[in-house]
Design a protein around this ligand. Structure first.
Ligand code: NAD
Length: 433
C-alpha cells in the first residue's frame, strides 16, 4: 500500500490542504486535492493559487503533473492510498471546535473495498479520532485505517515548515497504518513521533497552547516593564539566551491572532471543561491576549486625548507578515475599537485587500496611510515598514506619534526625527512627560 510513490487524496484546498498536497507531490506522490468551493477548484485548475503563501505557487506549478484538483469526491478517492482531511475546524458559538466539515468528509466517502488510511490533518479535539473510527465502522468501511498526523506549519513559512519540520507526529490505532503514514513522508528528514491517536491529537493542541503561553507571558512581562521602566526587548534577549528557556516566541507585541491560536486555545479550554477540568492557565493566556490587543488604544489616548475625529493609520492588517490571513487578526479588534471611539481609520497592508473592512479607508502605501495622520500604529511587522523613510513621513503627519505594536523599529532615529514613539514594554520615550 505505502510503497513510494503513493496516491494521496487531500480534502480541503485551504492553507493546510494546498501546502500538504503540493508538498506530497514534491515528494513524488500523486495527489488529488478536493474542495467544495467550485470557484476555488476552477482557479487552481487554471494554475491560480487562491491564497498567499510564499513558495506555494512555484511548488504547485513545478509539480503540475502529479497534482490535480477536483470538486468530485469519487475522482479524489479513486485509487487513493491515503485520504487526508484538511478541512476547517472553526469555533462554534460555544468555543468548541466545529467538526461538521470533518463529518461531511467521512460521510461522503464512497464504499472502499481495499486498504487505505484516512489521515486527520485538521486540528481536532482529543477523542475525535475514536469517534471517526466508530463512524467508519458503522459505515462498513472496516478496511479503511485511521491515523492522526497533525500539522505544525506556520502560515508565511508553511512550505519550508512542511518539508523541513521539527518533527512528524503520527498517531494510529494500528501500527501498520502509522507505519504507512510515516513512510509517506520518506524524503523528509525529521524525527517521527509515534503515538496513540488521542496523544497525537493532544500534541497539536498542547504545542499551540505552549506557544500561546509564551506569548502571553512575555506580553505580561512587557506590561510590567512599562510600569517599572525596564525594556522588554533587552529582557527577552536576556532570558532567551538561557538554554532552558530559548529565544523563540518571546517577542512582546499586541497579541496573537490568526486562524489557529485563538480557536485552538478556545477548543482546548472547552475540551478540558467538557471533561470536567478547569484549565486555569489557559484561561489566563486567552484573557491576557484579549487585553493586550486593546492596550494600543490606551497608548493612543495618552498621547492624543480623545480619539474622536483623530486620524489613525494602521500599518499591516494580516495577523502576521507573509500571509493574507485575516482570521482573528488583532487589526480587526483595533479598527473596531478605534471606529467606536470616533477615530478616522486608514489602513495599509501589502497583500490584504481590506476593502471589505467596514468603515476603514485603505491606502496603497504606508506613506499614503500616514499622510495627515495624528498617529501611526504598526500592527503587523511587514519588512517593508523597515524601509520607510520615517523622517519624511513624519513631515506629512499632523502629529508625529508612532505606536510600534511589534517593537520592530529602532526608536532612537525616530525620536531624532521628532516622533513620539511608544513600543510595547519598552523604556518610556524621553519625550513623553
Ligand atoms: N492555517 C494554518 O496555518 C494551520 C496550521 C495547522 C493546522 N491547521 C488546521 O488545519 C485545518 C485547515 O485549516 P486551513 O487554515 O487550511 O482552513 P481553510 O479554511 O483555509 O481551508 C479549509 C478548506 O476546506 C474546504 N472544505 C470544507 N468542507 C469540505 C469538504 N467536505 N471536502 C473538501 N473540502 C472541504 C473549504 O472549502 C476550505 O477551502 C484546521 O483544522 C486548522 O486548525 C491550520
Amino acid at each position: 500500500m505505502s510503497t513510494s510513490p503513493s496516491r494521496v487524496a487531500v480534502f480541503g484546498a485551504g492553507y493546510v490542504g494546498l501546502v500538504t498536497g503540493a508538498c506530497f507531490a514534491e515528494l513524488g506522490h500523486s495527489v488529488v486535492v478536493r474542495d467544495v468551493i467550485p470557484e476555488r477548484i476552477a482557479a487552481l485548475q487554471r494554475s491560480e493559487v487562491p491564497i498567499y503563501e510564499p513558495g506555494l505557487e512555484e511548488l504547485i506549478a513545478r509539480n503540475g503533473e502529479r497534482l490535480h484538483f477536483t470538486g468530485d469526491v469519487g475522482e479524489a478517492i479513486d485509487g487513493a492510498d491515503f485520504v487526508y482531511i484538511a478541512v476547517g475546524t472553526p469555533p462554534t458559538y460555544s468555543g468548541d471546535a466545529d467538526l461538521s466539515a470533518v463529518w461531511t468528509v467521512i460521510d461522503e466517502l464512497p464504499a472502499i473495498d481495499r486498504r487505505c488510511v484516512v489521515v486527520m490533518k485538521s486540528t481536532v479535539p482529543v477523542g475525535t479520532g475514536l469517534k471517526v473510527r466508530h463512524r467508519l465502522d458503522e459505515r462498513g468501511l472496516n478496511l479503511v485505517g485511521y491515523a492522526s498526523n497533525p500539522e505544525f506549519t506556520a502560515e508565511g513559512t508553511a512550505v519550508k515548515d512542511f518539508l523541513h519540520p521539527d518533527r512528524i507526529v503520527v498517531g494510529a490505532f494500528k501500527d501498520e497504518d502509522g507505519d504507512a503514514v510515516a513512510r509517506l513522508h520518506a524524503g523528509i528528514e525529521a524525527p517521527v513521533v509515534r503515538s496513540d491517536v488521542a496523544s497525537a491529537e493532544m500534541i497539536k493542541l498542547a504545542a499551540n497552547a505552549a506557544l500561546m503561553t509564551r506569548i502571553s507571558f512575555i506580553n505580561e512581562i512587557a506590561n510590567v516593564c512599562e510600569a517599572t521602566g525596564a525594556d522588554v526587548v533587552r529582557v527577552a534577549e536576556g532570558i532567551g539566551l538561557d538554554r532552558r528557556i530559548g529565544p523563540s516566541f518571546l517577542r512582546a507585541g499586541i497579541g496573537f491572532g490568526g486562524s489557529c491560536f485563538p480557536k485552538d486555545s478556545l477548543a482546548l479550554k472547552q475540551l478540558a471543561a467538557n471533561s470536567g477540568y478547569h484549565f486555569q492557565l489557559l484561561n489566563a493566556v486567552i484573557e491576557v491576549n484579549e487585553l493586550q490587543k486593546r492596550r494600543v488604544i490606551g497608548k493612543l489616548h495618552s498621547h492624543l486625548g480623545s480619539l474622536r475625529n483623530k486620524r489613525v493609520a494602521l500599518l499591516g492588517l494580516a495577523f502576521k507578515p507573509h500571509t493574507d490571513d485575516m482570521r482573528e487578526a488583532p487589526s480587526l479588534v483595533l479598527a473596531g475599537r478605534l471606529l467606536a471611539e470616533g477615530a478616522d481609520v486608514i489602513a495599509w497592508d501589502p497583500v490584504v485587500d481590506g476593502h471589505d473592512l467596514h468603515g476603514v479607508e485603505i491606502a496603497d502605501a504606508p506613506e499614503a496611510a500616514a499622510l495627515g495622520a495624528d498617529a501611526v500604529v504598526i500592527v503587523t511587522e511587514w519588512p517593508q515598514l523597515a524601509d520607510v523613510d520615517w523622517a519624511a513621513v513624519g513631515g506629512t503627519m499632523r502629529t508625529r506619534v508612532l505606536i510600534d505594536g511589534r517593537n520592530m523599529l529602532d526608536p532612537a532615529p525616530l525620536r531624532a526625527a521628532g516622533f513620539t514613539v511608544e513600543g510595547i514594554g519598552r523604556a518610556a520615550d524621553p519625550g513623553i512627560a
